[in-house]
Write a protein that binds this ligand. Sequence first.
Ligand code: HEC
Ligand code: HEC
Length: 288
Amino acid sequence: MRPAARRRASVAIALVLLGARGDAFAQGNARNGLYISKAAGCVGCHTDTRPGSSPFAGGRAIDTPFGTFYGSNLTPHRENGLGKWSEEDFRRAIRLGERPDGTHYFPAFPYASFTGMTDGDVRDLWAYLKTLPTASTPNRPHELRFPFSWRFLVTFWKWLYYKPGALAPTAKASAMENRGMYLIRTLGHCGECHTPRNTLGGPKSDRFLAGGKLPEGRTPNLTPTRLKKWSDADLVKFFKSGTTPAGDLVADNMGEVVQNSTSQLSSEDVAAMIAYLRSLPAQPEETK
Ligand code: HEC
Ligand code: HEC
């Protein structure tokens, strides 16, 4: 190639690259969205556990004391997925727990944690969901015990227990602890299982991560009361592989969290989660 032609070619390439970057910026960064979806474990609740099920096509049963919920189809299918949604509809679902028609989602969709997401991460998640292959699986109705089947009751639940808004960093915490707080409180929604709840299903926020209850049994206390016996290396190994210091492999709920989320995180993010867990006030074990 002669120099002038080469220069023209490189200008053209630069313009293409710039154009691509401009688009990626306007539409959100789907690659970061994929990472955020892993940190948040979206795939677990939104994929049927039967072998061969399409990822994010919904149908996953989620057992709670209030009945069984089924995760929805999040693929861009126009009738049965999110194909007709705008980015604003998505932002409202994540940030406010509201459906496009303004009614409430059940808090089995952990929007009480996800509300803390940054605007950039919400936008990137949406960009990622739009890249998913379309699946036509229709949403399965939840099977809830009366009176919990009343969506309307969620109004009161939200009123009592829900505070929408992006999570603010703590001024006296280090940047690493704040990143860990975001990963644990907001994305990883660890408190949904590890914080005790009252009879209305409201988290006891002053007992954050002190150990909760699931239909299958208790979840451990994640504050230093219990985890001080684990070294940082123990915790890294656990988050990467699900193996405890005693050599047991976690199963079921936490096994899934490790597989879908914590084992997919960067080493920096795992270290940040550990730093945050270490900074929590030690809480006595929940006995009730
Ligand atoms: C613990 C299980 C769980 C996790 C984790 C979860 N969801 Fe869901 N999600 C649900 C349930 C259950 C519903 C249905 C709620 C309802 O019908 O009120 C739902 C509903 C939704 C909806 C509304 C769908 C519709 O058709 O109206 C969107 C959007 C959504 N989830 C996105 C996400 C994203 C994005 C993530 C990850 C950041 C995520 N969810 C993680 C359980 C979960
Ligand atoms: C869907 C519910 C659920 C979620 C969400 C969840 N956990 Fe767990 N976790 C459990 C259960 C149940 C156990 C007990 C597993 C066992 O004993 O086999 C557990 C165990 C653990 C343990 C081992 C503690 C011990 O003393 O044995 C750690 C550490 C842990 N979880 C951290 C986390 C972190 C960090 C998050 C968020 C990224 C998280 N968990 C999210 C249910 C959950």
